[in-house]
Unconditional design. Structure first.
Ligand SMILES: [Cu+2]
Lengths: 230, 526
């Protein structure tokens, strides 16, 4: 028994502490009070975690076992605006954009639960636009690496051949996730705008979309740390 | 249903409506039937492949097939048995039984359910079509080791890769469906710790699928990019490391073993109490043991790689972690035995299969412990001893358990009792065939006969002949099973709703045969 619920005398209290956790698990019917859609998304994200973990560990393995020097990320990913090249500037902007999009997504979820259709849809479109910008900049980076610096999946002039293998594989897979997320966001935003969820008054789908989007962001943080900062 | 068909305007050809009914069905019972039919078909195909290469191995030297075709048969036998026979069979049983056992009207996501089934025939069509391609089917063993599968793989390897992707999608969607069903659709009063063990083991299995299948998808994707996009993840000449393949593959592979065994544990835990007429001994410890086995399964993959030159610390870790799994598994075996102890037992066919499972699985468990000892493994590695071990674990663990489950629940599904006499004949010939096939492998393995090779030295000849005879017997026996099932579907002694005298659980409260829809209003569990 949580002490809070007995003080307030409420019949329903959010799970708290280990005792409430076990009570929830041994409860009548539902576990965690999670609706189907949200449960599905969480379970899917668990599986997605493992696929990214598979790629990132393989990347770490090739990077540690390589005999040839690994290209220096600060130089490879530098960009110059007329003057000296600034290391990692493009990646920094991309990361900033993606993190910001997580913020707008969180706002959209908030407005969704207040059933403010216009603001929810607007914020979701902004999130999708940020996502599209991110993918656009990633495409720019790919073009720059392929055309100007001669990076290929099978080799590059700067050092270890697996740099290209891992880079295109991991950022490509992540970019595909962002692109799918942009489509997903746009579809849900359109449906919100059209009022498809008015009848049920249930805007949970916004939060489910948000779960996916935050996950894609979180994965980027790992890619950023392991690929660009290492 | 008939009334409904009459109101639909266009009169369809009966064959068309028959096909459409099965293609479009969202009913958990029908989808369960589809899974079981597909699984049994693939079981016969993969079994026939085993009979082909066993015929070749009856004598030393090359008699019937080429070495390359032998390799193709070996590869497809492994892949189809694992992904085509065992896994869909368990998903089929889950579809049939989980909603009925927890008092749910259907699976939580019926359309997803339909989708995850109908991917599978196409996945196996891709895989089997590789047999007819130029260069032949994949021929590098079901473990797909790089660089055999990357640099040296035949062109059809790409079909294998996409087939695996499809199977993975199907498994993950199926697992999501099962978890959501169990978490959200239990009848009032059905708390988690009251769930039948088959449901518990499937819940844990579904989580294993969610975590393991993406890793397999990831590693075959890297294979694909190595083959076609010039990457060199596993290509030593490009600076990659073939050992990563083994690490990632076995990180999937070991949990996969438990995906194929845990539902079998659940089935034994359903059948044994019924025929021992006693409640299951140590229900809670069974649940905890299942979870413990699942957790440990993610930290033992290195035991497949002792011979690859791992650091000593890693070898010790994987050795001890692997041996640790024997503890929860031992708890389970102990509980089954304790359930039977002083029970008033009868030996109907399901019970025979369950006891056969416990006894022979334990033999496989012990040879597993022998293999876990690192210094001993250097001797056993890549010999027929490993083949004996894995078949003693999987044949009783997965196939016997599934067949026991079919005999156990078939009266509920069809409304008819199966032929008990034929069932017993099937069981005993399967047991004799199984031991004749796999027991001699222990000896030839310890004597040093390498696995996966089409030819062998003369001293191994006698025991290999036994193995081949056993394999053919074991294979042909399964046709009897098919006959028994068809005979039961077509008629027979009517089954009561209770079917088995002291069976417990919600599935026995519904009529036999189970109607199209069960539990429209949730039952109350006390
Ligand atoms: Cu293993």
């Amino acid at each position: 028994m949580g002490s809070n619920s007995s003080e307030s005398g409420a019949t329903f209290a959010l799970p708290e502490g280990f005792q409430d956790f076990t009570r929830d698990w041994s409860a009548d019917k539902q576990t965690f009070q999670v609706p189907w859609g949200k449960a599905m998304m969480w379970i899917f994200l668990l599986s997605d975690t493992f696929i990214f973990a598979c790629f990132l560990t393989s990347y770490m393995n090739v990077r540690m076992s390589t005999r040839v020097p690994w290209p220096n990320p600060s130089e490879v990913f530098a960009l110059s605006f007329g003057g000296d090249p600034i290391p990692l500037i493009l990646i920094a902007i991309m990361t900033f954009i993606l993190i910001t999009s997580s913020g707008t997504m969180a706002l959209a979820v908030n407005y969704g639960y207040r059933q403010d259709r216009a603001k929810t849809a607007a914020l979701m479109f902004i999130t999708a636009a940020f996502g599209a910008t991110f993918v656009g900049m990633q495409a720019f980076e790919w073009v720059k690496l392929i055309v100007e610096e001669g990076v290929r999946p099978w080799g590059n002039p700067m050092g270890a051949a697996q740099f290209g293998s891992s880079f295109f594989m991991i950022t490509g897979f992540h970019g595909a996730h962002v692109s799918i997320g942009v489509i997903y966001l746009s579809v849900v935003a359109l449906k919100v705008l059209k009022g498809d969820y008015e009848a049920s008054g249930n805007y949970e789908i916004v939060e489910i979309t948000g779960l996916y989007w935050h996950f894609v962001d979180l994965v980027w943080v790992f890619i950023f740390a392991f690929f660009y900062l290492w | 249903m008939i009334a409904h068909a009459e109101t639909t305007p266009p009169a369809r050809h009966p064959l068309v409506s028959f096909i459409l009914r099965w293609v479009l069905t969202t009913n958990h019972k029908e989808i369960g039937t589809l899974y079981l039919c597909l699984s049994f078909t693939l079981f016969l195909i993969a079994g026939a492949m085993a009979m082909i290469f066993r015929a070749e191995l009856a004598q030393p030297g090359l008699q019937f097939i080429t070495a390359d075709f032998y390799n193709q048969m070996l590869t497809l036998h492994g892949l189809i048995m694992v992904f085509g026979a065992v896994m869909p069979a368990f998903v089929g049983l889950a579809n049939w039984m989980i909603p009925m056992m927890i008092g749910a009207p259907d699976m939580a996501l019926p359309r997803l359910n339909n989708f995850s089934f109908w991917i599978l025939p196409f996945a196996f069509f891709l895989l089997l079509s590789s047999l007819f391609m130029e260069g032949g089917a994949p021929n590098f063993g079901w473990t797909l080791y790089a660089p055999l599968s990357t640099t040296y793989g035949p062109p059809s390897t790409d079909f294998l890769i996409f087939g695996i992707h499809l199977m993975g999608i199907s498994s993950i969607l199926g697992a999501i469906n099962i978890i959501v069903t169990i978490f959200n659709l239990r009848a009032p009063g059905m708390t988690l710790m009251k769930m039948p063990l088959f449901v518990w083991t499937w819940l844990v299995t579904a989580f294993l699928l969610i975590m393991a299948m993406p890793v397999l998808a990831g590693v075959v994707t890297m294979m694909l990019t190595d083959r076609h996009f010039g990457t060199s993840f596993f290509e030593a000449s490009g600076g990659g490391d073939p050992l990563i393949f083994q690490h990632v593959f076995w990180f999937f592979g070991h949990p996969e073993v438990y995906i194929m065994i845990l539902p079998g544990f659940g089935i034994a835990s359903q059948i044994i109490p019924t025929f021992a007429r006693k409640p299951l001994f140590g229900y809670a410890s069974m649940v905890y043991a299942t979870v413990a086995i699942a957790g440990l399964s993610f930290v033992v993959w290195g035991h497949h790689m002792f011979a690859t030159g791992m650091p000593l610390a890693a070898e010790l870790f994987f050795m001890y972690a692997t041996m640790l799994i024997a503890v929860p598994t031992g708890v389970k075996v102990f509980n089954w035995v304790a359930t039977m102890w002083r029970g008033s037992m009868t030996f109907e066919t399901p019970m025979l299969f369950a006891i056969g499972f416990v006894v022979m699985f334990t033999i496989g468990g012990f040879s597993g412990l022998m293999l876990a000892i690192t210094p001993a493994d250097f001797q056993y590695h890549d010999t027929f001893f490993v083949v004996a071990h894995l078949h003693y674990v999987l044949y009783p663990g997965a196939i016997f358990a599934t067949m026991g489950a079919v005999y156990y629940w078939l009266p509920k599904w069809t409304g008819n009792m199966y032929d008990e006499r034929l069932g017993k004949i099937h069981f005993w010939s399967a047991v004799i065939g199984l031991n004749l096939t796999f027991f001699p492998m222990h000896f030839v393995g310890l004597a040093g006969m390498p696995r996966r090779i089409v030819d062998y030295a003369l001293p191994y000849a006698g025991l290999n002949l036994f193995t081949t005879l056993g394999a053919w017997m074991l294979g042909l026996t399964q046709l009897l099973f098919l006959y028994i099932v068809i005979k039961t579907i077509r008629g027979g002694e009517k089954a009561t709703d209770q079917v088995w005298e002291s069976a417990e659980g919600l599935e026995w409260t519904v009529p036999s045969p189970a109607p199209h829809h069960t539990f429209d209003t949730p039952p109350r569990v006390e």
